[in-house]
Ligand binder design. Structure first.
Ligand code: 13P
Ligand code: SF4
Length: 303
């Protein structure tokens, strides 16, 4: 068998040999996040950083839609994903045909699509958003009504913040939909004075019960700016583990739900992808152009 140290050493060597960089989402295990990643961040940061990569190979330690987005934005690079089965309950909830049906039912209403979707769904959309810029993207359109897909909770949370009427789709993140207001009440009872930060993929009642809602990177920014004594991050399990190492003076309460798709990324699967140069993610040419346009419109907003 190999130890974690062997895998880290091999990955660092392979990165140099292959001229590869590892872009890792905030939900990666600490040994990936702190041990081998070159760039870490939320979905928005990873998309932005993918544009500027000039290495030959990008290993996207995250889920499939993130690898597709990196490929869309930097098509000449070889994009690998440690495990091709790393999906997402949101991306799987919606098809291009669903988007066409929504458009037909609501003619003229712009389609704003969460990045947690396939490139084929992005190709049917007008503009993308992430949890970090959804409000800015919606406000940039200057319209009273949008189709915002596929996360019904993110859509409901954004509708309340913007006053824009939102037509949505019954998708949800299997990690965040499981949190309840009762969970938050219990945390506040157990840890009086705790600061509660929730992800906007949580149901609106959970966001209401929290002190702040934001993307994973916005949660880190909040901890950095406000230096709370004790904090509960209402999101995926690895988030607290990773951020706690960056802020040892902050006490992290650890309520969490695990994302099985994110957890398919291991040191072993990253090493294997780099050793064998397998699990390449590509986007068919007939889809790529329109999908890229939706993502680039989002990035142009500068949110
Ligand atoms: P962000 O990191 O953009 O907040 O997204 C969270 C998430 O669930 C990604 O899959
Ligand atoms: Fe998808 Fe939720 Fe997992 Fe993110 S945490 S990849 S949104 S299922």
């Amino acid at each position: 068998w190999t130890t974690m140290g062997d895998d880290v050493e091999a990955i660092l060597r392979l990165k140099a040999e292959r001229n590869a960089v590892i872009l890792a989402h905030n939900y990666m295990r600490p040994e990936i996040f702190h041990g081998v990643a070159d760039i870490v961040g939320d979905s928005l940061a990873l998309a932005r950083k993918a544009v500027d990569v000039d290495a030959d190979v990008i290993v996207l330690a995250g889920v499939h839609f993130m690898a597709e987005t990196a490929k869309l934005l930097n098509p000449s690079k070889t994009v690998l994903i440690p495990d091709l089965r790393s999906g997402c309950s949101l991306a799987e909830s919606i098809t291009p045909a669903d988007v066409r049906a929504l458009r037909a039912a609501h003619p003229g209403v712009p389609v704003v699509t969460y990045v947690n979707t396939s490139a084929a769904v992005k190709a049917e959309s007008d503009i993308c958003c992430t949890s970090g810029n959804a409000v800015k993207v919606i406000e940039s359109l200057g319209v009273p009504k949008v189709i915002m897909i596929p996360d019904r909770f993110l859509a409901a949370n954004v509708a309340r913040q913007t006053g824009v009427e939102v037509i949505t789709h019954p998708g949800a993140c299997e990690v965040h939909e499981r949190f309840t207001p009762l969970d938050i009440a219990q945390i506040r009872t157990d840890y009086p004075g705790v600061t509660v930060l929730a992800h906007p993929e949580c149901p609106p009642e959970v966001v209401d019960a929290a002190d702040y809602a934001g993307s994973t990177a916005q949660m880190v920014d909040y901890v950095d700016a406000k230096a709370p004594t004790q904090v509960a991050l209402i999101t995926e399990c690895s988030m607290s583990d990773n951020v706690a190492q960056l802020y040892p003076e902050v006490d992290f309460v650890r309520p969490c739900n695990l994302c099985p798709h994110m957890k398919r990324n291991t040191l072993g699967s990253i090493r294997h992808a780099l050793e064998t140069m397998t699990n390449e993610v590509t986007v068919p040419a007939d889809v790529a152009e329109a999908a890229r346009r939706s993502v680039e419109r989002m990035l142009a907003i500068g949110a």
